[in-house]
Design a binder for this molecule. Sequence first.
Ligand code: PGA
Length: 246
Amino acid sequence: MPAKLLVGNWKMNGTRAALPQLAEIAAGAGLVPGVTTVLCPPVTLLAAASALGLATGGQDCHAHPKGAHTGDVSPEMLADTGASYVILGHSERRSDHGETDAMVAAKAEAAWRAGLMAIICIGETEAQNRAGETLAVLARQLERSLPEGTTPANTILAYEPIWAIGTGRTPTEAEIAATHAAIRAHLARHLPNGATIRLLYGGSVNASNAARIFALPDVDGGLVGGASLRAADFLPILHALSGATP
Ligand code: PGA
């Protein structure tokens, strides 16, 4: 059974002044059994975070290894900092930078080429949720964002309802369980060993709801934004995941 996974996504937050927080997270994470903790700080802090002994990941990457792409970072460059994961297709990338499912799939293949584990994000908007379209939207994203060759060894899925990100609102536990079961069934139907691809929940996970969310079936861990910035907020979430029985 693969270890449960907690991924902290710092987004565009943190300068070197935040290194003590990273060090505290690294020290705390080392003490928690049964959970792999991955921190995804801004690219400027990746090497420092890796040097602290944390497993680290980028928040995006380009699909090409190098070239004339001003401002972009290739997966090979992420790997060179010590990173071993990369978040792809986060809804903020999809909305801020117009990333399509096809672009996400190309980036995932690029990530694998560089030896990185792809953490591919999917999720519905509030309007789609209200219209009862969630499962159809997710199925479409799964079909188009996951390249051929997706396996539990190279890819992790993160379900993040867009309306739950940074809002303090989450779906009910029953809704999370039902959606994760549907995603799991889809993966099992369409991919070899798809049923064992790790499936994270993301969107307003915090110290008070983590234990309930992580106890749900088909939730193998979490992708945490705001509450990953401070060790005092993040470490209790890590303990909640460590203690959760699936
Ligand atoms: P949040 O962000 O935990 O701040 O809601 C989650 C994410 O966007 O990955």
